[in-house]
Design a protein around this ligand. Structure first.
Ligand SMILES: [Zn+2]
Ligand SMILES: [Zn+2]
Length: 137
């Protein structure tokens, strides 16, 4: 059986209305939750699930082309569907990776958070069981 975390497959995802869709290839990297103040406000939820893919294996495939960009930090831009508002991606200027919102993926098999950024700022009622970090022995 192939381990979905390391399989070099292709993953697809989309916004709620389908205008913005994407394809990502290669192994998913560093799936994690983030409860930073930007993302809890943007998502309206207690955390966002992120998963990384290489920039060079990523493309936009939907009829709407690229998302609408918004910079929440000088070096970080986030992509949203201009029609339905779904938050799909965050791109840091100096990184070879892009981060996709885990729940915009069509198939989330094998994607479980191994970390939780800004955990100390998460709401106290949020309980999380993290997957074991594959990089640790
Ligand atoms: Zn949409
Ligand atoms: Zn964050």
């Amino acid at each position: 059986m192939t381990d979905p975390m390391t399989a070099l497959g292709e993953r697809t995802g989309r916004c709620q209305c389908g205008d913005i869709a994407y394809e990502a290839t290669g192994a998913p990297d560093d799936p994690h939750l983030c409860s930073c103040p930007h993302e809890t406000r943007i998502s309206g939820g207690p955390a966002v699930l992120w998963v990384g893919f290489r920039k060079d294996g990523f493309s936009w495939t939907g009829p709407g082309g690229e998302p609408r960009w918004y910079s929440s930090w000088p070096t970080l831009r986030r992509g949203f569907c201009a029609r339905c508002g779904t938050h799909l991606i965050s791109v840091a200027d100096d990184s070879e990776m892009i981060m996709l919102t885990g729940f915009s993926l069509d198939d989330q098999r094998g994607i479980e958070p191994v970390g939780h950024s800004f955990r100390e700022q998460a709401v106290p009622w949020m309980a999380i069981t993290l997957a074991p970090d594959p990089d640790l022995p």
